[in-house]
Design a protein around this ligand. Sequence first.
Ligand code: F6P
Length: 358
Amino acid sequence: MAKRRIGILTSGGDCPGLNAAIRGVAKALYERMGDDVEILGIADGYTGLIEGEYRKMDRSDFSGILTRGGTILGTSRQPYKQIQVVGDDNVDKIANMKENYKKMKLDCLLTLGGNGTHKTAALLSDNGLNVIGLPKTIDNDLYGTDVTFGFHTAVDIGTEVIDRLHTTAASHSRAMVVEIMGNKAGWLTLYAGVAGGADVILLPELPFTYEKVAQAVMRRVQRGHVFSIIAVAEGAMTKEEAKLKRKERVALRGGPINVTPLVAKYIQENTGVETRTMVPGHYLRGGSPSAYDRVLSTQFGAYAAKLIDKETYGVTVASVNGGICANKLQDVAGKSRYVPTNHQLVDVARSLGIAFCD
Ligand code: F6P
């Protein structure tokens, strides 16, 4: 009987949990199919599939990677809009991927990634390839799943960053403005802000005013709190900016910058409180996955192996109401999930006096 040949790629921003998910799939496939399965690791995301860069993996490749951050396969960003069209490099990426899929004699392609990755996965599925997705991103902004692996580890890291900022802010009686990743969604800033005890949380979904930020800092000063912690989502914007197109926002800000330094400047100039900014950036995506993410990634990986065994394709794994299930790629691909303005955690934060300045 011919071996089942499964191709795996990781695409988009890396995150803790990718290797745990890869390990979960592989170990579950070997348990289910023994030597009747062959796993091929595709290098650097869709780039590897376009260029035919892959290698046969064996069981030893999946040992000792549960705790390793990043991705053993490498990753890249292949923007969806560039995948669809034949660019100036005159490379028909879809045709190349289909051809390499056939050359590799794959029975199934497993794609671990975020929004863009799922859009391309759906496109490949529409083109007749057997594709299964696994939802990965620290942003937690994938439609159709309550949580993505990588998110909780980033919340832990973001919380630790904010915890450490408290002591230096208090020692210097400063306002510390810390920018948290999350792309266009505020999930990571909301959770790390609440967990870290931020006094102000600025989210893309709740456009703010500078005046209200200054008022929130002054309210703390008037109550005798010598410092403030302001957690700003990298995609946060003012009410005025929310009405503008991206290009207009860039012009208004004087360049393609996030709002963080502008918030700090406004606080310093309008409250007299000495202010500093801090941007942990990719630090939030680094290192070993948390125990929560190791479990979630393993659950997702094992479920993907089950889908492969049952030859259920054109779907992506999800966690819904605590259960692991699958959504059709067509139903979720390219759709984002943003923080609802009345989200329970937003209401709880407001009830504690945390200011969203919206
Ligand atoms: O999607 C994950 C993410 O870390 C976002 O939060 C962030 O905006 C983006 O990736 C950064 O992209 P890059 O790693 O390409 O700089």
